[in-house]
Design a protein around this ligand. Sequence first.
Ligand code: DGT
Ligand code: CA
Ligand code: CA
Ligand code: ZN
Length: 608
Amino acid sequence: MLAGWAVKRQYARICVPVFESEGTLLSLTNREIADIFERCSDMLQIRGDNIHRVLSYRRAAETIRAVPRDLRVIAEEGSLTKLKHIGKTIAAKIEEMLATGELEFYTRLQAEVPAGLVDIMHINGVGPKKAKLFWKQLDITSVDALKIAAEAGELAKLPGMGAKSQQKILDGIEALARQTGRSSIGTALPAAQAILKLLLELPEAQQGALAGSIRRGRETIGDVDILIASDDAAPIMQRFVSMDNVARVLGHGPAKSSVELLTGLQVDLRVLEKARWGTALNYFTGSLAHNVKMRQIALGRNLSLNEHALSPVDDNKDIREDAAKILCDSEEKVYHALGMQYVPPELREDRGEIEAAQQGALPRLIQRGDILGDLHMHTTWSDGKNTIREMAAACIRHGHQYIAITDHSRSLGIANGLSIERLLEQAAEVRRINAEMGDRIQLLAGTEMDIKADGSLDYPDEVLRQLDFVIASLHSSLGQGREQITKRLLNAIRNPYVTMIGHPSARQYPNRAEVDADWDAVIAAARDEETILEINANPLRLDLKPELARLAKEYGAPLAINTDAHREAQLELMDYGILNARRGWVEAADVINTLPYSQFRSWLAKRR
Ligand code: DGT
Ligand code: CA
Ligand code: CA
Ligand code: ZN
């Protein structure tokens, strides 16, 4: 939440000129205004102000969070002071923020009380008094600095502190890092798609799309952004704010509304004319860094780009009032007007996609339809909920030509891992069912075997030799140092019977960070040994992450995208893996399970 805040401030500053010249699209939301008051309250408390003053800002923030209507509308009616806990002083500050996007009082406070102290005082076990103590005694003004001081044992030496309270603060810092206030794309995307569908059912809605980070396929989503094209926004906004799953309306205006769902997820809806669809969708898809570069490119062509239009500028880069604006009703038109290839949303992070698009050199990203098999799934033999037959039948419905049945290995006791006897029994069963299913689908007998803490593998080679597909995965001792983790991965990669490394970095959102490994060494070995590196499609894993998937592609290491389904319904998670791979610039040719079955079998045979 705090990191998100910093980003929002940055946006607010950048967007002010746009907002002043072009209308209301980018005004501060109720939530943003409430956040600013809350931070003012925190800073006053650290400074040691009168508690009544501290509380007046905190209560105002609470009121604003609960107000179901847009503050702008209430301000225009002149009835801000009718709200509970909002007197003349606070009302004037709200009006200042609505007009300028900023609050001078807050800016002044920031000069006095370092903003990082607010983050520090929200750590479990700190509070305003201790935040001030650390600041005055040790000059600590950020969570990172506090962590370093705690690890060095310096906090324990301060008056009123001890080893115990120091440890509590370290635990609190770790907990804070985990709750970032962002949602997994796995929960945000279905919710967002349902809302989009509902709005598109209205006769006034001409077209609609998701925008923002969710359209770019980021692993985590701060808030959901939805755009609808329409000439009649009111009924669309009305439907949106009155949805059953809305907990609070954060803003309700003619061009933009925001709600918080019962799940806590925030959704922003913007309604605009169809004629401006392309520039608006491009702008609100972001990322911010991509937008900034796009604006620069436009200026290089004497055009100013914003969400409304491309506008000709003069030599001083001022908009020429005499020249007609160029409206774009599609994103393709925006990119083409700037002499670029259309950039798929997943690439829009300013990681080289702009330059590639200018040279016509963008990759042809993998698509869901390219996937012909799923090489990682569990059944009732270990911790899955469906039988081999049920999983196979479901995979036929998902259009797969082939699948690997890969239950857990013996040392993973909590997941009911298979003994050698049960593993071989299961392999025989998989082959029987495979024969039974004929041409409808091909089943490979496999395993997801643990890479143990010392780097050894959970089954001996003479057992692995009898399987068609061997995954090796890290599930335990994930906190080991880089050298040992790298050694474990390399050992698995170099075993001739290991076909693939499952979820290589072992990260899980939000609780488990990725392991520390020498990824260059791991990826180079995977390329040399032709051992597949998995892109695990489960939205809580998405592992390899995009940056590493891209590195693997550049090295030429083979990839595969798999669901790791533990039940039939999870076979649908493939879509998240595809998004993630696309964010890593991955093409179909980089991914082994895009091969038709016969070619896949020859690839397997050749590497042995
Ligand atoms: P999130 O919500 O934190 O997961 O990330 P985004 O990318 O969805 O960010 P959000 O919802 O704040 O804004 C959506 C997009 O709107 C963002 O990707 C870029 C664009 N945008 C927002 N504010 C500004 C701004 O001040 N300037 C520019 N150029 N673009 C902005
Ligand atoms: Ca967003
Ligand atoms: Ca947003
Ligand atoms: Zn696993």
